[in-house]
Design a protein around this ligand. Structure first.
Ligand code: NAP
Length: 283
């Protein structure tokens, strides 16, 4: 009989994580016996719990907020992309060795490349972990890109720009600080990305940018949030005629699909890419 596969997501808090639904669906679909669980680890227990997990027979993990960087010293090996981004969201355990990968970067580009639109200039709002993956993905995919980053706090914005420069970004990177200054600066861009938390949870009725304040509209508005499916940011973009509006669901599924391939060698069933219709409002 085939051995059972043991997979889990590590993070804190994990109440809203959709990863178990996706991975357990894919395990069932491929008739792979095993389970994908949530392992919610409080920050004070992180090091001890990780060391205990090293003696358990897990074959893989996803890593999410706030541990994507904190996990790195616990790895035996790191893939070059994860090393450059300095963030790990996937671990494969091979003969007791923990190998770290980053599948968030390709997850972000996937729905953009499907549009086949030339992107010359992009504005990314946010400077947290998600913005870091987005900026790396954009600069890898579009070598001539003009990148503008805007954030609420100046310190994190500067840290992100310094990190990008150190990791070999050759593109020009401009900063707009704070977010409210975007409407004063009126940047002309092809793509605007919301990589802030504004639009979800307690902030679900707000948007980091009101398109009514812009003189020029991008071709693409991209929100990393997938619940709600249509954030205020995407609603505002649609109202002002932005042609392509993308939410965070395709990234979530694509990065999960890549992780699943690393662990099992199999791909996600196609229906998971439109599964959000059944899952939305399940908060
Ligand atoms: P993070 O590291 O905590 O960063 C949060 C970002 O949001 C920071 O730029 C922060 O600005 C900004 N922010 C938070 N509250 C704000 C407020 N009230 N006003 C203005 N700015 C505010 O989180 P993250 O991991 O980067 O995640 C960011 C978003 O991306 C979240 O909504 C998350 O759900 C989404 N996400 C989606 C996926 C997916 O698979 N679809 C994957 C990853 C993340 P400061 O720097 O000033 O604090």
């Amino acid at each position: 009989m085939q051995n059972k596969i043991k997979l889990a997501i590590i993070g804190f808090p994990l109440d809203h994580s959709r990863s178990p639904e996706l991975h357990n669906y894919a395990l069932n679909y491929h008739h792979i016996p095993g389970e994908y669980k949530k392992l919610s680890i409080k920050p004070g227990d992180f090091a001890q719990t990780i060391n205990e997990l090293k003696n358990k027979d897990y074959q893989g993990f996803n890593v999410t907020v706030p541990y994507k960087q904190k996990i790195i010293p616990f790895l035996d090996e790191i893939d070059p992309l994860a090393q450059r981004v300095n963030a790990v969201n996937t671990i494969r355990v091979k003969e007791k060795r923990w190998i770290g990968y980053n599948t968030d970067v390709t997850g972000f580009i996937h729905p953009l490349s499907a549009l086949n639109i030339k992107i010359n200039r992009a504005l990314v709002m946010g400077a947290g972990g998600a913005a870091l993956a987005v900026c790396h993905a954009l600069k890898d995919a579009y070598p001539d890109l003009g990148l503008i980053i805007s954030n609420r706090s100046e310190e994190r914005l500067r840290l992100l720009i310094t990190h990008l420069a150190r990791s070999g970004a050759t593109q020009k990177i401009d900063a707009i600080y704070p977010l409210e200054a975007i409407s004063r600066e009126q940047p002309i861009v092809d793509l605007i990305v919301n990589a802030t938390s504004i639009g979800m949870g307690d902030m679900r009725n707000t948007s980091p940018l009101d398109f009514s304040e812009l003189n020029h509209y991008p071709q693409i508005a991209y929100d990393l949030i997938y619940n709600p499916e249509q954030t205020q940011f995407l609603k505002s973009a649609k109202k002002y005629g932005v042609g392509h509006c993308i939410n965070g669901w395709p990234i979530l599924v694509h990065q999960a699909d890549k992780s699943f391939q690393i662990w099992t060698g199999k791909t996600f069933p196609r229906e998971l890419y439109s599964h959000h219709k059944k899952m939305e409002n399940k908060e």
